[in-house]
Design a protein around this ligand. Structure first.
Ligand SMILES: [Zn+2]
Length: 329
């Protein structure tokens, strides 16, 4: 009787497995997910922190290794305990410890975004080489987006190594197939392991050239007909990099989304300026002409829209195409 009681007690007592965090149980995520997710997130924070150095120093042509982090205002070296991603920014209330000059919120945003992107890569691709490839791609894109937003520049230091890395990685992680559609059914006679790598590399090269060429032609036409430079050569190199990483289908989707987002931003700017000018001028037409003139000479950082679209395409490109096909099938 006594024994029976003890046995039932043991059975009915909920077994707590220390391997599984209560939070993980709540969302039915395995402990491995939590462990790896946390690892990707923390790595993202660290890479984001490094990215902030690149965003500050690439446009100024300064070395990214030497000297260590300093306050841009007073030149005071940043102590390691003041250099903890996100946390230090919050603890210091966004100010330098010594001179109290505000530290741009960009520092925290870049760290947080990179961490979220790395976590999303793990979520989407698991512990796989693909996840690392897209971590690197997100890293480059976030760097380019913020440098373009701040300096209206897309540094070669991001795009050119990015292009080469994208091409090399296409040999290890296949890009979205395009060329294979045109290949004969019986194959090329090469070993299958070599064949997909070569096709992937060719796809990446082709995508880089077509995406870059497209932006270059549109930019040239725009300059010719509008008389102002709309897109710099930086956008061309950015799209070459994007093409090498994601293949033709997704690169074109990136251009489409980027152009849509850029157009909406342009319209929003015209509308805002128009409303402001309406208060100044009595004439509606005169206010509108003034707003149009502002847009004409305001250089929209197009790289911001292209880069952000490329990020969206990495994580939602497949869903977007599935949705699109469902409209027709
Ligand atoms: Zn300072």
């Amino acid at each position: 009787m006594h024994n029976d009681f003890r046995e039932t007690c043991f059975v009915s007592t909920p077994t707590y497995n220390p391997q599984q965090l209560p939070l993980a149980l709540l969302f039915t995520i395995s402990s491995d997910d939590v462990r790896f997710g946390l690892m990707f997130f923390v790595f993202g924070l660290a890479f984001g922190s490094f990215l902030n150095v690149c965003i500050h120093r690439f446009p100024r042509q300064l070395s990214i290794v030497h000297p260590g982090s300093t306050c841009p205002s007073c030149g005071n070296p940043v102590k390691p305990y003041d250099n903890i991603p996100v946390i230090s920014w919050i603890l210091l209330k966004g100010k330098c410890r010594r001179c109290k000059t505000p530290i741009a919120i960009r520092y925290m945003l870049v760290e947080l975004l990179t961490a979220i992107a790395f976590l999303a890569c793990y979520w989407q691709f698991g512990v796989h080489f693909t996840a690392l490839k897209y971590c690197l791609f997100s890293f480059l894109l976030i760097g380019l987006i913020f440098t373009d937003a701040e300096h209206k520049l897309l540094p070669d230091a991001f795009t050119l190594p990015g292009l080469i890395t994208g091409l090399v990685l296409s040999l290890l992680v296949p890009v979205e197939p395009f060329l294979s559609v045109f290949l004969p059914q019986q194959g090329t006679g090469l070993s299958p392991r070599l064949e997909w790598r070569l096709i992937s590399l060719a796809d990446a090269l082709l995508a880089a050239m077509i995406a870059a060429g497209f932006i270059w032609i549109v930019g040239a036409l725009w300059t010719r007909f509008r008389g102002v430079e709309a897109m710099g050569f930086g956008d061309v190199k950015l799209m070459a990099m994007v093409g090498a990483f994601v293949g033709l289908k997704f690169a074109l989707l990136t251009i489409l989304l980027g152009s849509l987002a850029g157009s909406f931003a342009g319209l929003a700017i015209v509308a805002t300026v128009w409303i402001k000018r309406l208060r100044r001028y009595a004439s509606v037409q005169r206010a509108f002409a003034s707003a149009q003139n502002v847009l004409r000479f305001y250089q929209l950082p197009f790289g911001v829209f292209l880069g952000a679209s490329a990020l969206v395409v990495v994580f939602f490109g497949h869903q977007a195409f599935a949705w699109y096909w469902r409209l027709y099938l």
